[in-house]
Design a protein around this ligand. Sequence first.
Ligand code: SF4
Length: 232
Amino acid sequence: MALEYDYPLFRPPAEANSIIPQVTLGCSYNNCSFCSMYKTKEYSVKSLEEVKSDIETLSSLYPNATKVFLADGDALALSNEHLIKILQLLKENFPKLRRVSLYASTQNIQAKTLQELELLKANKLNLIYYGIESGSQTVLKKITKGWSGLLDLDLASKVSCSKPYKWNSLKTWNKKKGYIKNKKKKYKIIAIDYGIKKNILRCFSDLHCKVKIVPAETSSQKILNKKPDGIS
Ligand code: SF4
């Protein structure tokens, strides 16, 4: 029993030991001037029935697999509804599944809402490989990347929390104790959420800080009115 791949098939080096079902063929953009990876293929989406059959075949061969990479070029181009169905099939067929990853373009990511991305993450899609190639608009234009760069984009509003919340006081992970709570509240910190990483908040807990996270658009006056010892 073997899987019939549509070649060429590419994967990141870190996915050498991963299970690889093809859920799309080629790249939905396929127009970057420097890239010849999928020039021999026309982009298409594999049906859920085909993907289900491939996943079941792979599961019968590697039932204990923990990592899955969804090929081909930019599987994040799929609709969220379609992707969630694939992720559910993976969870059903690989009980030890820890991580699902895929290639994506900046356009794919921008086309999803934050809530859609969070939903994918909650369903174990927790690694996206993508290359912006350059921050220079001139370079991006020359390589026909199909994306005009970061200039004038308001990305903070896309990733920021919608209302203030208090950090749960968990400290950074400890080999013996795992995540434990900080009980000393020596300093009051206001952290502005421009897509803040949880580990930064844990580091504040290590330093005995009480942290409140506020949305990116919170006014400076509102923050200063809370009389924090520090602003992050
Ligand atoms: S988006 Fe990626 S895979 Fe598609 S053409 Fe550009 S570099 Fe190649």
